[in-house]
Design a protein around this ligand. Sequence first.
Ligand code: ADP
Ligand code: MG
Length: 291
Amino acid sequence: ATPTAITVGMGRAAKEGVLFKNATHLENTAGLDTVVFDKTGTLTEGKPSLTRIVALSGSEDEVLRLAASVDRHSDHPLARAIVDGAKARNLSLWETTGFQNISGFGVQAGLEGAMVRVGNVDLMVRENIPTLDASSQADEAALRGETVMYVAKGGELMGLVGVSDQVRSEATRAIRDLHQLGIKTVMLTGDNEHTARAVARQVGIDEVIAGVKPDQKQSRIEGLMQGGKRVAMVGDGINDAPALATATVGIAIGAGTDVAIETAGVVLLQDNPAAVPVAIRLARAVNGKIK
Ligand code: ADP
Ligand code: MG
């Protein structure tokens, strides 16, 4: 192995927007078997917008106003979609108390002596809030790739909101290129199974691991690495930094968070999943020369 070939290779990669932090990461990238993608912000634009309101009690505006009154205190991209949706309808929001973020589930805050909760079905199950009345509408939304959030006040389900996050136009191409390189592709997401599968179908990804809580992403990566498989995790660092650190190669994408850039062994300067197969091709070319 000539150090010169590696240095030259890393320099060439940098010109294409692929930063390998050191030679080991380059070598590991050349030997990858599997690439795991975070869904939100990696395969999708990460800018969800409100596409659906279902009112089980009261009006659509009331359901949206409740959800936005709690979610205005959250900086989650889903929360922004809800708050922007309420703004677009000129809704005034309520003052709430004691806002709490429940990672992997949703958010809650007090309003007029009741707890308002906005989040996934697991949050409702946890709080014993029945969701059966909304199940057909929730399924319909999820099958279209929308993320469904339940809105409850006290013990009662008030309605649903659905938000849609556009699939990145380059994602399909990136997945196809990876398959041509003989790489297995996986999506890892906290979103629900139906939503995840709808997005996976659009981009052609092989396998879906959905409904994963932020603290479980790391162990799911360990599972994929069993039997000596070399696995890359591609993410932006929101909820996935431990998974980036555990993978054979952590790949931070685009305007990733500082934590992603610090944790990852490879940084893609462009906010584009198509840079992943480019990185692997470059790494293989360099590695081929040094063997
Ligand atoms: P991801 O893996 O896609 O980043 P998260 O683990 O952040 O997902 O969230 C999982 C699920 O929890 C979301 O799909 C959503 O249903 C719910 N959730 C999380 N944060 C919020 C929020 N601020 N408002 C409403 N729902 C939320
Ligand atoms: Mg995320």
